[in-house]
Design a protein around this ligand. Structure first.
Ligand SMILES: Cc1cc2nc3c(=O)[nH]c(=O)nc-3n(C[C@H](O)[C@H](O)[C@H](O)COP(=O)(O)OP(=O)(O)OC[C@H]3O[C@@H](n4cnc5c(N)ncnc54)[C@H](O)[C@@H]3O)c2cc1C
Length: 244
């Protein structure tokens, strides 16, 4: 069995189950150990034994496996949707999609029903994103002052896994345990592609995955204790430089 850590989405379970995979939903892995040619993954409901294991929890693996946690850090990223702005609005009248060249990237476009979808807030520590609306509206107003009081009807977010050089991290962290992640904002495409490369590896051809494994991805400095506060300081410094 290959433990399907992070590949369980609304689309994949039926396909995977049809192909014979055993899915253990709502079953977080709490520990991974490799010995005697076997991998053992512990969960609150029992232990899974496998020959190979793929860790694909990306930004959410802080407590699961220390090597991955040292190389992949979670950054909160948030998006807000305004009320429909109406066809007379001069915001992106040509339906353009925009992102900018700041360190904390802002990206936005109009939805089919005329809302402004605006992503831009990054948070360098795990905390409660309940103030998404306020921060997103403030950022929108910097670009479109006329929208300073616009109603934000929806806000959502999650954690993006980043690495020091913002390139993906792939490593065999224990015998037959491969960890992938740290897509640094490009994981929609890369996570799927790396799934394909991992499938090739299991089928006996590791050549393409090896190219990514060979990327030099350093660990974040500071060790387990100081890694998060150091990153917080460093990234806030870059965010400050965006404003001056
Ligand atoms: C607001 C926002 C906007 C984004 N925009 C873009 C974009 O425009 N383009 C882009 O390419 N990327 C974007 N991303 C990043 C993208 O969402 C991720 O890179 C991508 O989802 C990574 O896929 P993944 O399957 O590796 O990890 P995830 O989709 O994060 O899936 C990880 C899975 O692991 C599960 N899990 C966690 N811990 C455990 C555990 N202990 N045991 C078992 N399972 C566990 C989780 O429940 C989850 O299902 C954005 C992210 C956010 C938050």
């Amino acid at each position: 069995d290959i433990v399907p850590f992070g590949v369980v989405t609304l689309t994949f379970p039926p396909l995977a189950a049809t192909a014979g995979a055993h899915l253990f939903e709502r079953t977080p892995s709490t520990g991974i150990a490799a010995s005697g040619g076997k991998v053992r993954v512990t969960t609150p409901k029992g232990t899974i034994s496998a020959e190979k294991c793929l860790i694909a929890v990306n930004a959410y693996g802080g407590k699961l496996e220390p090597v991955s946690a040292a190389h992949i850090m979670p950054i909160g990223s948030f998006i807000g949707a305004t009320v429909p702005l109406g066809s007379s609005s001069n915001v992106l009248p040509g339906g353009e999609s925009v992102d900018d060249s700041r360190f904390v990237v802002r990206y936005f476009r109009r939805s089919k029903d005329g809302r402004l979808l605006f992503g831009g807030r990054e948070v360098y520590a795990v905390n409660d994103p309940k103030d998404i609306h306020i921060h997103i509206r403030r950022q929108i107003a910097e670009l479109y002052p006329a929208l300073k009081d616009v109603e934000i009807t929806h806000g959502w977010g999650g954690y993006v896994g980043i690495t020091m050089p913002r390139k993906p991290f792939v490593r065999e962290v224990m015998p037959n345990v491969i960890s992938v992640g740290g897509y640094s904002g490009h994981g929609v495409m890369l996570s799927n592609f790396f799934g394909k490369l991992y499938a090739e590896t299991v089928a006996g051809n590791r050549d393409r995955l090896k190219l990514i494994e060979d990327l030099k991805i350093p660990a974040f400095p500071g060790g387990r204790r100081f890694r998060a506060p150091l990153l917080f300081l460093a990234l806030n410094w870059f965010a400050l430089r965006d404003r001056i």
